[in-house]
Write a protein of this length. Sequence first.
Length: 209
Amino acid sequence: MKIGIIGAGNMGTAFARRLAAADHELAITAKGLDEARKVASEVGHRVRAMPREELAEGTDLLILATPYGQSVEALRAVRHTDGKAVIDISNPFTEDMSGLLVGHTSSAAEEIQRALPGVKVVKAFNTVFATILGAPPGGGSKVQVFYAGDDAGAKDTVRRLVESTGFEPVDAGPLANARYLEPLGMLNIWLGYMGNRGTTIAPRWETVA
């Protein structure tokens, strides 16, 4: 799969490592292209740094790995995005991380979709820390990745991506259900940092007999 990553921070770097290990062809960009070049150099030959306006050309999927406040601007800077599946990974928390900026009647994912109606937004990976995402596949309990969206084709692309990286995809329904996934992501962050559980935790739904 050909994938474009928007953002070269902790999550963008973790995606590059995980996806390169799964033999995907990657392009990565950032507002400062030197940041993307650094990630590409560190990860290896399967990752290329590209200017934002060229990122979407020939890709099957875009991953929006930026803070929520930068998401719309970052995606608008990428040309030729109409019809593209876009994974939104953001959790729209306040600057002091005391709460969420949107919720109940909307979500970060829905706001991004509203701002850019030509793309097909799928909420996913917002409950997975970069520590887990960037680790080699395998190990203990398989991490679940919840994904929500309104376009069946885009959701299927995301499902296949999740499976290819060694995670377990969990269909969380329509994009409006991002209103539930984002508070779950915030709880995971609270447990990891304020609750002192660290960043190797992730929520998981189990069937209890």
